[in-house]
Ligand binder design. Structure first.
Ligand code: UD1
Length: 339
């Protein structure tokens, strides 16, 4: 099956391209390189020994997307390409709604026109807000989003659900990712944030590498064992493999108009301080950090109940948080210029 991977040069996208190849799919990458880098393609090439078709295309450009669909004859689409900085989305909501939602609709229209029937969407546990009961299952009610970014994910899920209902033959899954971290164990691909990272692990690895003076832990007065937030940290390679399983599941589905959502997490929650301690232990490095005030918009604790993805998709997280933190550190060492 030939699979279009939008945002395929990005963090989760690049690892998914590798996983697709290993599972016998043929990935085709499009990316506008807004938050990614052409060097990623070299990393993918070194891991797989293959040069996958790459197009520098923005998914918001309907003409270019149409022309690509006409040329490539896809069997499925995995849609990663999106803006994802929570804070920035509060400052520039229109950019987020425009970019994240128009690209989705451009793709769905092209899929309809060219009879492409399998769609996997990159959603987020952010759609649950701060749930009343933990762990969260797929039937835990979604809460009003705490940021425009989060709202784009909730609206996108609704658009897909409604469109599937109206589009004969289309089958789609939304995967609600928890917190992806880590890098490929080869250290040939990993997370490459532009500018100051807003996510925890790239900030930690850049601090440990001496690129930033200190990490601030956002809040230590939460109602958790050590006062810091709890998250479900999932290794990016495990998450990439979940996309292969998602396509396998869609292939099996014979009924038309199939739509479903899955949590993709490990099912275990760890605090920010537990993660920092694990990082220091597995890598034998000391991290410079201080505890600061809470970050606006953060939820106190969230982790997945992963039963549905385990049983229905037959996917399990295989790697530990320690594996992810070791791989993230090896990647950081690889990309940090040596003094
Ligand atoms: C956020 C989004 C999530 C999105 C992801 C992608 C929300 C609620 N969550 O996840 O949907 O998919 O970003 O970017 O919208 N932390 C520090 N210091 C730092 C950075 C982070 O202490 O310098 C803490 C945060 O307060 C949080 C945890 O680390 O408790 C994880 O933060 P982060 O990596 O930014 O991810 P989320 O906010 O959980």
């Amino acid at each position: 099956m030939k699979i279009l991977v939008t945002g395929g040069a990005g963090f989760i996208g690049s690892h998914t391209v590798v996983a697709l190849h290993e599972a016998g799919f043929e990935p085709v990458i499009i990316d506008n390189l807004y938050n990614s880098n052409l060097n990623v393609l070299d990393g993918i090439r070194q891991i797989t020994g293959k040069d996958f078709p790459f197009y520098e295309i923005d998914c918001n450009d309907p003409e270019k997307v149409r022309a690509l669909f006409e040329k490539e004859k896809f069997d499925g689409v995995i849609h990663f390409a999106a803006y994802k900085a929570v804070g920035e989305s509060v400052q520039k909501p229109l950019n987020y709604y425009e970019n994240n939602l128009i690209s989705l609709m451009v793709l769905l229209r092209a899929m309809k026109e060219f009879d492409v029937h399998n769609f996997v969407f990159s959603s987020s546990c952010t759609v649950y807000g701060q749930p009343e009961k933990l762990p969260v299952t797929e039937s835990t009610p979604r809460q009003p989003a705490t940021s425009p970014y989060g709202n784009t994910k909730a609206i996108a899920e609704d658009i897909i659900r409604d469109h599937v209902y109206s589009a004969p033959g289309l089958k789609a899954l939304s995967l609600r990712y928890f917190n992806p971290i880590g890098a490929h164990e080869s250290a040939l691909i990993g997370e490459l944030p532009n500018g100051v990272p807003s996510n925890l692990v790239p900030f930690i690895t850049q601090t440990a590498a001496g690129l930033r003076p200190s990490l601030t832990v956002f809040g230590s007065d939460y109602d958790t064992p050590d006062g810091t937030c709890i998250r479900d940290f999932i290794h990016v390679v495990d998450l990439a493999n979940a996309h292969v399983k998602a396509l396998d599941l869609l292939k099996e589905k014979t009924e038309a108009d199939h739509y479903d959502v899955f949590n993709v997490g490990t099912g275990e929650g760890y605090t920010v301080l537990q993660l920092i301690n694990t990082f220091e232990e597995v890598n034998g490095v000391k991290l410079n950090y201080t505890v600061g005030p809470r970050r606006e918009g953060d939820v106190e604790k969230i982790y997945a109940q992963a039963d549905k993805v385990n049983h229905v998709m037959k996917w399990h997280a295989e790697k530990t948080m320690a594996d992810a933190l070791r791989d993230a550190w090896n990647w950081q060492l690889k990309i940090t210029p040596q003094k």
